[in-house]
Design a protein around this ligand. Structure first.
Ligand code: SF4
Length: 297
């Protein structure tokens, strides 16, 4: 095992989280998301497609950001902005449109001012794979239990991650928008931000080889990365249980927190966890384990 869950820290972090008064987002910002009163099938197509290509947008060699309407949009923000624009100007996100998506059409979704996302063609393949396999968007997505959603989506290459980052992200969007209500075992969508925060806080503690690999910045294999994120997912599940905060509300807080506060150079002075954070008490601020070449998160 690369990571162990630290029970005491989980309890301390859960207490801090339960005091934050977290609530759910409803994902209505018109810059990124379609109007809520649009046809349901069209909204489902948009969210299924955008989450399918919502994974790493930056590498050591490439950036994906731009200034738009006075705002710096980077990564997923820029991606959803482009998706929203394509949606507005006629991109239908239907199975037929996705199955035959051409590189020319995809440029509107994956490039801005000549700068394309690093794995442009991989994302086209993922969207075409969706389009070729979808039979009915409503039967696929509007199910009662999250386990059923996991099972339905597992046939798509975009959603095959065993940790189900994209599946739980999609469930979070559909639930928050009021398009679906899922019963069952929910989890946070584990990406690099949630992994880094978990390791820094100390709710999971790396040991042995993994500790060395984090210090050296060594790339993990796909299997190693899945093992790490699965342990992180369990730790956040425990935090969710003990704090009483729903995993989707937890993610609504943690993801922007990882992008704004617990960043590469963390802003610990303005952090609500500064008193309970293992990294802060030790003055040792690790990055998440490296795993660059992925479409899982
Ligand atoms: S105290 Fe610092 S390192 Fe710890 S969670 Fe907060 S920002 Fe991250």
């Amino acid at each position: 095992m690369y990571l162990s869950v630290d029970d005491e820290t989980v309890s301390r972090v859960s207490t801090s989280i339960s005091g934050l008064g977290l609530s759910r987002d409803s994902y209505e910002d018109p810059l990124f998301f379609p109007p809520k009163d649009d046809e349901v099938e069209r909204q489902l197509g948009f969210f299924l497609s955008m989450v399918a290509i919502d994974h790493r947008t930056r590498t050591e060699l490439t950036d994906f950001s731009s200034d738009i309407r006075g705002r710096r949009l980077s990564g997923a923000d820029l991606l959803y902005y482009l998706g929203r624009r394509v949606y507005e100007y006629g991109g239908s996100f239907t199975p037929g449109w996705l199955a035959h998506l051409t590189p020319e059409e995809a440029k509107h979704l994956l490039c801005f001012e000549g700068n394309c996302v690093w794995d442009f063609y991989t994302r086209i393949f993922l969207l075409r794979d969706l389009g070729r396999k979808i039979k009915s968007l409503t039967e696929l997505l509007l199910v009662d239990r999250v386990e059923e959603l996991v099972s339905n989506l597992s046939v798509f290459r975009a959603y095959e991650d065993p940790v189900r980052k994209k599946t739980f992200l999609l469930a979070k969007f559909l639930d928050g928008r009021g398009l679906a209500r899922f019963e069952g075992e929910k989890h946070v969508p584990v990406d690099n931000h949630l992994t880094r925060i978990a390791i820094r806080l100390g709710i999971v503690i790396p040991s042995g080889d993994l500790l060395e690999w984090i210090r050296e910045g060594r790339e993990l294999t796909r299997e190693e990365d899945v093992t790490v994120r699965m342990a992180v997912r369990e730790a956040w599940k425990e935090v969710s249980n003990r704090s009483g905060v729903d995993p989707f509300a937890l993610d609504d807080f943690l993801w922007p927190f990882g992008r704004s506060t617990c960043t590469k150079d963390p802003h610990c002075n303005s952090c609500p966890f500064s008193e309970v954070c293992r990294s802060n008490s030790r003055g040792e601020y690790w990055e998440e384990p490296k795993h660059t070449l992925t479409w899982y998160y």
